[in-house]
Design a protein around this ligand. Sequence first.
Ligand code: FE2
Ligand code: FE2
Length: 392
Amino acid sequence: MFDTSRLTRFLPPRMQSQIDAYFEAFEVLLSVKDPKVLGALGPSGVRGLLLHRGKQGTPTDMPAAHTAHFNWSYPSDQPEMADLYRRAKVGQWNGDDLPWNTSVDPLDPERPLIPEEFLSFEYIEELGIKLDKEERAELGYSMCAWMLSQFLHGEQGALFAAAQVTEAVQFFDGKLYGATQVMDEGRHVEVFNRYLDTKLNKLYQINDNLFVIIDSLMTDGRWDMKFLGMQIMVEGLALGAFSTLYKQTKEPLLKELLKMVIQDEARHVHYGVCALREHFTKHLTARERQEREDWAFEVALLMRNRFAAYEVYEEWFEGRMTRAEWRNVVYRSKGMEEFRTVMFSRLVPNLREIGLLSSRIMPRYEEVGLMRYFGGLAADKLTAETLLSDLD
Ligand SMILES: [Fe+2]
Ligand SMILES: [Fe+2]
């Protein structure tokens, strides 16, 4: 990306960051090649990236218009979804039963929230910024609280999206299953919020890129776009992110919380693959499928390139390094690299499975280094047990 710091270095740090953020936003919007995709993502991009609607400190109202689909004959139409519904009922759990009496010290070196090497301090030192032991632990605490805050905001989006999709989807077994997902997402909001509020005492604002994605799928009336956005993209990536954090954290309550959430999320992504495979391969025209394919690619890029924890940068380093330098620190850090690898190794096979990785789009994934994940297992072949045993 264009480094604005040479042009803006004589301006105050806050203004430098603003200009870098604007350039980044324009770059995102200009990179969208398909006009229909731009139509779907553009207004959300303006609201999220330029107007920072998620950061005004006030609630956000998003107009949502979709068609509620009723079926008065109650067909058993999708055995795979009916099976997921049965499993979801049995798999319900109570957030109150997590070991909340665990005392959590976010700076405890014996039980770190994330490993010290999560961020590569040598890159920060190269910029002439030296952090002592306490500051490193504090920064790790900030990064972990930032990630969990984004999970929480994502879960709020998932709760509303699951409710909308339950109304709109045409599969009757999917509606029953969807009711369990609404409950699951409500519980996820509850437990992440409780953890942040009572254990970490910290909440970061929603990241602008995540806001764009949520805004875009909330305001899109087509159920399958909501589904693609939430069940495949956001949840697929979240599942990867939860697993990475589950593996890396030494804090026992957080580990247990993530373990429970991962088991639910595995069902959600499975449902997404199952519903969209049916819909994309049987019910869409080639043009409609292509639009979804392009949209998914742009969203994948939004997520790959832009999740740079700028909110942590503003708190810690604004004025001490440029936003572009921070981006570099994040991209080169081992922990973040592992995050990206796990996230995309979960997402890409799902896109393949639902028919959104045709030979037309493959070169673009190749270009950005994402094709190496093509051969992995999709969510319908991955059980929660395999997911967790991979991680133990
Ligand atoms: Fe969730
Ligand atoms: Fe979910």
